[in-house]
Design a protein around this ligand. Structure first.
Ligand code: GMT
Length: 374
């Protein structure tokens, strides 16, 4: 198939899933055309089946905000027409699904039919999408898509709860490339961070409020009073300054390191003993899956779709959002030397269920079904 993929080219989960999906489809022989405003972060190499089309966003003194959606729709029209695409797959509803609708209508007027698949990722539904300033457009463009997928059962349900959706939504979960995300031998790295054999806790995120990074720090502060531990915080975003201040207030600075954005996050995960993801909302939790693939148990909140991935008492624990006392108790349980090996092994076994080789065929058959029925 010739497939156009539209996504945010950033470090965010939806962009990562879209890029990895395109790469995996290209390996299977499909021709993949990425349409974004910047080269996706994980697409920095040559492959015969991968193409990148940059959206030109022209500014003009009259515009306070350049009309990105129009530039994107125009680019989609041209790529579909000249690259003879069979399908457009847009990731994240806003504004990609509505831009795709516009492109579809323009192409229809020219006698070209293009089926559109929209994948819902989370905040496009649970945070931004349901805001009254976007809701009518989001509802309309989901209903106008030829096929709709969501990354978890919980997100599927949330979409039906928040919007008047007539379309069938199919759940296709996030996936992982176990060739890349696997425990690597990085003992020298572990020794540098944990010179006295401390246990290592890791959190990775985009440091948005919804991630509740402060809960990671509060839980860590409780743990360090009981056992030798270190904390690595990977990523960057609006909450980082506040989190650094919190560490200074709690006096944890010697045991906490902020690493900022990191491309090879699997290297850090390879030396971690526990991964924390205490989010307020989380449709799937790709970061947790990446950790599990590197044999790291997960201490999470029970928000959104996380419990569909992290099995309570087996691969880690799920606690109520903000319940830092229970989180600290559960962390101790996981980190105890008799429990830790079992949690690590079960985390890896669970991650294997989400291997790209299991999930890719679900997308391929969904595409075929959508093309046939549209
Ligand atoms: O988590 C983020 O803030 C990034 C966000 C995105 O849209 O890029 O991630 C969402 O999509 C990921 C891939 O499907 C999911 O694994 C994340 O759980 C989801 N984030 C939220 O729901 C907050």
């Amino acid at each position: 198939m010739r497939i156009g993929i539209v996504c945010y080219p950033t470090f965010g989960g939806s962009g990562v899933v879209a890029t990895e999906l395109g790469k995996a489809l290209a390996k299977e022989g499909h021709e993949i055309h990425f349409i974004t405003y910047r080269q996706p972060t994980r697409l920095d190499f040559f492959s015969a089946n991968l193409f990148y089309h940059e959206v030109d966003i022209k500014s003009y003194p009259l515009f306070e905000h350049a009309p990105y959606e129009l530039a994107l729709a125009s680019k989609m029209v041209n790529v579909v027409k000249y690259e003879k695409l069979d399908l457009l797959h847009v990731h994240y509803a806003i504004p990609h699904a509505s831009a795709a609708y516009m492109a579809k209508q323009i192409l229809k007027a020219q006698g070209i039919h293009i089926p559109v698949v929209t994948t819902l990722h989370g905040t496009d539904i649970t945070l931004v999408g349901k805001d009254p300033s976007y809701e009518p457009v989001v509802t309309f463009s989901i209903n106008q898509s030829d096929g709709v997928t969501a990354v978890s059962e919980d997100l599927r349900k949330a979409t039906y709860d928040h919007f008047d959706i007539k379309k069938e939504i199919e759940v296709i979960p996030n996936f992982i490339d176990l060739e890349r995300f696997k425990k690597q031998k990085k003992e020298h790295f572990k020794t540098a961070i944990c010179p006295n054999g401390e246990k290592l806790i890791v959190h990775t995120s985009n440091f948005r409020k919804v991630k509740r990074v402060e809960d990671v720090i509060y839980v860590f502060d409780k743990l360090r009073k009981i056992m030798p531990v270190k904390l690595l915080l990977v990523g960057d975003g609006p909450e980082r300054d506040r989190m650094e201040r919190l560490c200074r207030e709690l006096g944890t600075c010697d045991d906490v390191r902020f690493l900022g954005k990191l491309e090879a996050v699997e290297e850090v995960l390879s030396v971690a003993d526990l991964f924390m993801i205490p989010s307020e909302k989380e449709s799937f939790g790709l970061a947790a899956l990446e950790a599990m693939a590197c044999e790291v148990p997960v201490l999470s909140s029970n928000a959104g779709g996380i419990p569909e991935l992290n099995i309570d008492g087996e691969t880690g624990f799920n606690c109520n959002v903000g319940d830092i006392n229970t989180m600290a108790e559960r962390a101790l349980e996981i980190l105890s030397s008799e429990n830790l090996p079992g949690f690590k092994a079960r985390a890896l076994a669970r991650a294997k269920e989400f291997d790209v080789s299991n999930i890719l065929p679900l997308y391929e058959s969904f595409y075929k079904k959508t093309i046939e029925s549209s």
